[in-house]
Design a protein around this ligand. Structure first.
Ligand code: SAM
Length: 259
C-alpha cells in the first residue's frame, strides 16, 4: 500500500517509521510512507502556510495554495486509485471495520490539519473523506494519521508475524478480546485460570469466548445491542449475564439485553 501524508511536521512520523510493527512493515515493503510538507511548496522566505480567518476569531487557518501544491505532487506519485482523506474531529469515526476495509486500497493520502484547521474550499474540492479518531480535539492531524496508519498496517498480509493476532483482537467481530496471561503461573495469590492450563483446546476456546463475551457485556454492552448470536454464544452470554446480575448491563436506567 502506498501511504501519503501531507503535514507541516513530517518529522513526527519518525515515531512510527523507526520502531515497531509499522516500521517492520515498511522495511519489508508491505507499504511505503511518503511525506509532503506544504512548506516546501511555498515561495516566500517565511514559508507561510497559514493566514488569519475571514470573519475574525482566534488562531490561523491553513491556506489552499500550499496544500494543493503538496497534494498534486503526492497524487502524481501515488497509485491511480488513491483516496484523499482529511483527518478531522468533524469526520466519520474511524473504527476497526474501516481499518480492515482500507487494507484493500492501493493508496491513501492523509491530510493533517494544524492551527484552527484548513480552508473549507480545499476540503470541498479535493477531499474524498474526513476521518476522526474520536470525539476530542488534538492540536494537529499527525497523531490521528499515525493511529489510522498503524491500525491499517496491522491488517496488511505479512505485517504481523502471526496473522492470527488480528483475528482474535478486540472489535473484529464486535466483541472485546479475552484476558491474556503469561508466565509465571502464579502472581501473588492469583493463578492462571485452570481452563488455560488444561491443554484441552476446546475447553480453552470456550473459556476464552465466554470471557470475551463477559467483558463486552460488562464494559461495552452497546456493542452487543441488536446483534444476532449463534446458539453457543447465546448460551454463554446468558450464563455471563446471570453471573453479572441484572444491573451489570443497565445503561441510563434502561436494560440492554436484546442480544
Ligand atoms: N477547529 C477545529 C474544529 O473544532 O473542528 C479543530 C482544529 S484542530 C486544533 C487542528 C487539526 O487537528 C485538525 O484540522 C485535524 O486535522 C486534527 N485533529 C484534531 N482532532 C482530531 C481528531 N479527533 N481526529 C482527527 N483529526 C483531528
Amino acid at each position: 500500500m502506498w501511504l501519503g501524508v501531507i503535514s507541516v511536521l513530517p518529522e513526527m512520523f519518525d515515531a512510527v517509521s523507526k520502531d515497531g510493527v509499522f516500521s517492520r512493515a515498511l522495511a519489508a515493503g508491505h507499504l511505503s510512507l511518503n511525506c509532503f510538507n506544504p512548506r516546501d511548496y511555498t515561495r516566500d522566505k517565511h514559508r507561510t502556510v497559514d493566514d488569519r480567518p475571514y470573519g475574525g476569531g482566534p488562531g490561523m487557518v491553513m491556506m489552499v495554495a500550499p496544500l494543493l501544491a503538496a497534494l498534486l505532487d503526492a497524487k502524481a506519485q501515488a497509485p491511480q486509485r488513491t483516496r484523499v482523506v482529511f483527518m478531522s474531529p468533524q469526520g466519520r469515526r474511524f473504527d476497526q471495520q474501516n481499518a480492515i476495509a482500507s487494507k484493500g486500497d492501493e493508496g491513501i493520502i492523509l491530510i493533517c490539519g494544524r492551527y484552527e484547521g484548513i480552508d473549507e474550499r480545499f476540503i470541498s474540492a479535493y477531499v474524498d473523506e474526513e476521518w476522526s479518531i474520536g470525539d476530542y480535539v488534538l492540536s494537529g492531524g499527525e497523531l490521528p494519521a499515525m493511529v489510522v496508519m498503524d491500525a491499517i498496517a496491522r491488517h496488511l498480509p505479512g505485517t504481523l508475524g502471526n496473522q492470527q493476532s488480528v483475528i482474535d483482537e478486540s472489535h473484529l467481530d464486535g466483541t472485546l478480546d479475552y484476558p491474556q496471561y503469561t508466565r509465571p503461573e502464579k502472581v501473588g495469590t492469583e493463578s492462571v485460570p485452570e481452563e488455560l492450563m488444561s491443554g484441552d483446546h476446546n475447553r480453552t476456546k470456550r473459556f476464552r469466548r465466554s470471557q470475551a463475551l463477559k467483558r463486552t457485556l460488562e464494559r461495552r454492552p452497546d456493542l452487543l445491542t441488536g446483534r444476532v448470536f449463534d446458539p453457543l454464544d447465546r448460551q454463554l452470554l446468558t450464563a455471563c449475564a446471570q453471573q453479572l446480575g441484572p444491573h451489570s448491563v443497565e445503561k441510563d436506567g434502561e436494560k440492554k439485553q436484546d442480544y
